[in-house]
Design a protein around this ligand. Structure first.
Ligand code: NAP
Length: 227
């Protein structure tokens, strides 16, 4: 019988999600990964050995359908990575209701809705990880140009706190992870880290925190971030 661990990665078409899949495969994990558009997931398909499912996390019917599709599968790790940067202009007066609604729904509400639907499929002792950001810390004044994105990650952390309070009886470790500032479409070319360095660190933290329990806000190096 295989002893390989299994992971479900949400939002794996490119960037950090794709990098997480690569790192986990290299470590011998079985990986199921979701993309919004399977017709446009060449980089993920090229990795082989990945079970690819379709999901837009904003779509409640699609979240329910994914739960049905994956019924019976159990994961050691559910990693909700999908996220967006939001509107180009992030001043309170510069963004529209639709833009702010979209940003907060995708970054803060949809990840928790998905986790609520799939938490029963995480193995006891397993890990539920959310891709947060150090910008989600409300203790660090920073990034006025990304004020709405920053607030959306603080909202994700807060939603995660509320969710964790409802997990009585489940033996899980919940991680709110900061990947570092990473060279992706979102992070840009000027970022500090390449994807492989960040995802190596993130997977190392998943392994290190497995079985610890509780909810932790840490970066890819395992350093605690103040809420
Ligand atoms: N890069 C950084 O420096 C950095 C720092 C801190 C935190 N983060 C966080 O890390 C995560 C990944 O970021 P990244 O840098 O890899 O960004 P990215 O290159 O822009 O990739 C974003 C990923 O999220 C997916 N996605 C977006 N909206 C979605 C939705 N509604 N449903 C399903 N998937 C959706 C995208 O899918 P499509 O290809 O279909 O668009 C893509 O796979 C995000 O949560 C981001 O906020 C990044």
């Amino acid at each position: 019988m295989s002893t390989a661990k299994s992971a479900l990665i949400i939002g794996a078409s490119r960037g950090l999600g794709l990098g997480l899949v690569k790192t986990l495969l290299a470590d011998g994990w079985h990986v199921t990964a979701t993309v919004r558009d399977p017709q446009n997931a060449e980089a993920l398909k090229a990795l082989g050995k990945v079970q690819i499912e379709k999901l837009d996390i904003d779509d409640q019917q699609a979240v329910i359908a994914l739960g049905q599709q994956l019924k019976g599968q159990v994961f050691d790790l559910l990693f909700v990575n999908a996220g967006v940067k939001g509107p180009a202009v992030q001043t309170p007066g510069g963004a529209t209701l639709a833009e702010v609604g979209q940003l907060f729904f995708t970054n803060a509400v949809a990840p928790i809705n998905l986790a609520q639907r799939l938490v029963g499929q995480i193995r006891q002792g397993g890990v539920l990880a959310f891709m947060s950001s150090v910008l989600g810390s409300v203790t660090m004044p920073d990034a006025p140009d990304l004020a709405l994105y920053k607030a959306s990650k603080a909202a994700l952390n807060s939603m995660t706190n509320s969710f964790v309070s409802q997990l009585d009886g489940l033996d899980l470790t919940v991680l709110s992870l900061h990947p570092g500032w990473v060279k992706t479409d979102m992070g840009g070319e000027g970022a500090d880290l390449d994807v492989a360095t960040s995802t190596r660190g993130l997977v190392d933290q998943v392994n290190a925190y497995t079985g610890k329990g509780g909810h932790h806000f840490i970066n890819y190096r395992g350093e605690t971030i103040p809420w």
